[in-house]
Design a protein around this ligand. Structure first.
Ligand SMILES: O=C(O)CCC(=O)C(=O)O
Ligand SMILES: [Fe+2]
Length: 315
């Protein structure tokens, strides 16, 4: 039987709750990934963002570089090709990206919540990408409600733990691959750092997940499906009940290598001062607590950003 990442219709969370929760739990415990359909995010919202990010990445390199803020670990604005690499890799990823964070009205509730930057050359960039941010956050909250029930918590367990989360919309451009002898791949194998990731509208092939038998499974979904996966923070909170599955983006073979690839993951983070402490419901005799030491999520994030080259190590 060929395996594939399951897809579930999120509307069933309202109409067939108990079964939906059981099925989404099964999808995540088996794959760490699940396609979500029926989410109601208009195609137009996604298309508008793709349009502006393509315009941005087509700008001259020096101009794009003027939007880089390495001292903030690239938390907002532009990060060039060659900066980020997967944790245990010696070869940087073949990608450049732009980070949009939470829009704040008033003072930031935590110093790590930086203000956004917007490229003044691209009209409509702010409106399109912040609309998509808001829509994906709503959907992410819904997925977290289902997961909370699966984890035997109150349905709204996550609500006050993500309401000022340091979540990030990452618009990625993987340029055409000119040097086909490169040792680098578009995105080296890694696990996401955050709670959950919502990946919108990447129609070009390339994303693969690592199965327990060591094989790589391509993620293929029908258009309009949003792929949602578990990150390390949720894996840690749940004592690996919900696994953060290793994934990568491979270089296409043949002619397809000369085509660019764009994708937009939304990394949903907890509030920076949320303390990740293993849920009691995820500890048992058969599953002893792997993380007896709780960790503050912002400290955890800083450690992980150093490992992937986005943040310089503190001396
Ligand atoms: O581009 C993709 O399809 C996935 C990107 C990804 O895994 C990431 O940026 O963490
Ligand atoms: Fe990822």
């Amino acid at each position: 039987m060929t395996q594939h990442v399951p897809t579930l219709d999120i509307r069933r969370f309202a109409t067939d709750k108990e079964n939906f929760v059981a099925e989404i739990g099964k999808a995540y415990t088996e794959f760490g990934f699940c396609g979500i359909s029926g989410h109601g995010i208009p195609d137009e919202v996604v298309e508008n963002t793709y349009k502006v990010i393509k315009q941005f990445f087509a700008l001259p390199t020096e101009l794009k570089a003027s939007y880089a803020k390495p001292e903030q670990g690239g938390a907002r604005g532009y990060t060039a090709v060659g900066v980020e690499k997967a944790k245990d890799s010696n070869h940087p990823d073949l990608k450049e990206f732009w980070h949009v964070g939470r829009e704040l009205d008033g003072a930031a509730p935590h110093p790590s919540l930086y203000p956004n930057m917007w490229p003044s050359e691209i009209p409509g960039f702010k409106e399109a990408s912040s609309t998509l941010f808001t829509e994906l956050e709503k959907l992410g909250n819904r997925v977290l409600e289902a997961l909370a029930l699966y984890l035997q918590q109150d349905q709204h367990y996550f609500a006050d733990k993500v309401n000022y989360g340091n979540s990030i919309l990452r618009a990625i451009h993987y340029p055409p691959i000119k040097d086909t002898t490169t040792q680098s791949i578009r995105a080296g194998q890694h696990e996401d750092i955050n709670l959950i990731t919502l990946l919108v509208g990447s129609n070009e092939a390339g994303l693969e997940i690592l199965r327990r038998d060591g094989s790589w499974l391509p993620v293929t979904t029908i258009e309009g499906t949003i792929v949602v996966n578990i990150g390390d923070m949720l894996q840690r909170l749940t004592n690996h009940v919900l696994p953060s599955t290793t994934h990568r983006v491979v270089n296409p073979a043949g002619m397809a290598a000369s085509e660019p690839r764009y994708s937009i993951p939304f990394f949903m983070h907890p509030n920076p001062d949320f303390v990740i402490e293993t849920l009691d419901s995820c500890i048992s005799e058969k599953r002893p607590n792997l993380y007896p030491e709780p960790i503050n999520s912002n400290d955890y994030l800083m450690q992980r950003l150093e490992e992937i080259g986005l943040l310089k190590k503190a001396k």
